[in-house]
Design a protein around this ligand. Structure first.
Ligand SMILES: Nc1nc2c(c(=O)[nH]1)N=C(CO)CN2
Length: 189
């Protein structure tokens, strides 16, 4: 069977030193690891300094995004990303604790996983509830992508025209819809 290749959009974040070095070095090493194990890198964003979300939850992050052409499934990509996080020393005990490396599969082509209803449920959940719940299934696109300048600004570098399959909005349109004060906090390094 011919392999169907899609573009995986991957968000990277680091806000505390890891075995790999400072957050910038950690993100750069993660890009190299992803290139070796996920697929062919089609775009690498600039690196950005961003205040930790939620406000006051730790030191500033370094955030970046990648577009990677891959024939792998979403669960397999996630498995590989978790392996890279573990290898690079992420401490996984506390949900909003500073993290050495955080890798998120934001999107895989136009797949909507597991289904439209799950996306609707997560989008319509009050913020307080979103913050305390972890989905028990893989949700792709990432259910918070449209709210996060620290994801959308780097994504604009690599995939401004990617269209969210549930919202029918491009990356550029989702970013334009965010308040200016959120966008201005995301500063290219
Ligand atoms: N600025 C910023 N804040 C965060 C980030 C991140 O990548 N950047 N990742 C988090 C956990 O996914 C929690 N908070």
């Amino acid at each position: 069977m011919p392999q169907i290749r899609s573009i995986a959009l991957i968000a990277l974040g680091s806000n505390t030193p890891s075995g790999a070095g400072d957050p910038t070095e950690t993100v750069e090493k993660a890009v190299a690891a992803i290139a070796q194990s996920v697929g062919v890198i089609r775009g690498v964003s600039r690196l950005y300094a961003t205040p930790a979300f939620p406000v006051g939850s730790g030191p500033d992050f370094v955030n970046a995004a990648l577009a990677v052409s891959t024939g792998l499934s979403a669960p397999r990509v996630i498995e590989i990303l978790h392996g890279i996080e573990a290898q690079m020393g992420r401490l996984r005990h506390e949900r909003w604790a500073p993290r050495t490396l955080d890798l998120d599969l934001i999107a895989l082509g136009d797949r909507l996983l597991p289904d439209a209803q799950t996306h609707e449920t997560w989008r319509s959940m009050p913020l307080a509830q979103q913050m305390t719940q972890t989905p028990d299934r893989l949700i792709v696109p990432h259910p918070r992508v449209q709210e996060r300048a620290f994801v959308l600004v780097p994504l604009t570098d690599v995939a401004p025209d990617w269209v969210h399959p549930a919202l029918n909005l491009s990356v550029a349109q989702m970013l334009a819809a965010l308040p200016d004060d959120l966008k201005s906090e995301v500063v290219a390094l």
